[in-house]
Design a protein around this ligand. Structure first.
Ligand SMILES: [Zn+2]
Length: 249
């Protein structure tokens, strides 16, 4: 069954009222959800860096054990050469073997230097990891406390929020998809989230620009959906100031 424009405007007003209440609830939670997301990102970044540094340390340790093995090989060779040296037939052979020994000793020196360097790098990485872990533990505490704060806020408003969301779902279903989409688009482009407003004191309730009398008459007729020519908000009705004042008395 086709619903009238007037009904559509009523539904839009209801939807807007519900969304404004939901906006208030979200606003009350403030920047907490975003702060929590940021902290979680930070923590993930820390974990990644620790993982990378741990892998570096592993690589350096592998390098060290490789070099230690190389040194053992050199020492074996030296031992072998020295045994050979006691059986040489002449000076030339003796000198040649001495050169080989020297070469192996140089190899050992080089390997020892590299081991020292790798050990120093490991120390650096370890202290970097300690620093990161300290920040990690600080931020984790921050995160826990912010999560706690948010939990309290959510708990306070959860029941209300669920009720509003349920009602909103019902109201939204009454609206044709195309109209709902334009409402949604309009709302997400507006800072205060007000897409459907009333004309109040001859002005648009969203941007406060004056709405001419003829246009107000058209709005009151509710024959078609009229938007504010300044801000594009849907003008759902005209609030009659005289009546409002009278009813307040
Ligand atoms: Zn306006």
């Amino acid at each position: 069954m086709e619903i009238t424009v007037s009904q559509k405007l009523d539904i839009l007003l209801k939807l807007q009222a519900l969304d404004s209440k939901l906006d208030d609830i979200v606003k009350m939670r403030g920047d907490l959800p975003e702060e929590i997301r940021d902290l979680e990102d930070d923590l993930a970044g820390f974990e990644t860096r620790i993982g990378k540094f741990d892998a570096d340390i592993q690589t350096l340790n592998d390098e060290i054990s490789g070099r230690k093995n190389a040194i053992k090989e050199c020492e074996k060779l030296i031992k072998k050469y020295q045994d050979q040296q006691s059986n040489v037939r002449n000076n030339r052979e003796f000198d040649a073997i001495s050169k080989e020994v020297e070469l192996q000793q140089l190899e050992i020196q080089l390997a020892e230097k590299k081991i020292k360097e790798a050990t120093a790098k490991i120390e650096t990485r370890k202290s970097e990891i300690d620093t990161i872990k300290a920040s990690l533990s600080d931020r984790t505490k921050d995160l826990e406390s912010k999560k706690g704060e948010l939990q309290v806020l959510v708990a306070e408003s959860q029941e209300e929020e669920q009720k509003l969301l349920k009602e909103r779902e019902k109201v939204q279903k009454q609206l044709e998809e195309r109209l709902y989409q334009s409402y949604h688009r309009l709302r997400s482009n507006l800072k205060n989230g007000l897409a459907v407003v009333m004309v109040k004191r001859d002005a648009c309730g969203g941007c406060f620009n004056t709405v001419p009398p003829q246009r107000q008459a058209d709005i009151k007729e509710k024959k078609k959906i009229i938007v504010c020519e300044h801000c594009g908000r849907i003008l759902a009705d005209v609030d009659a100031p005289v009546l409002e004042v009278a009813s307040k008395k």
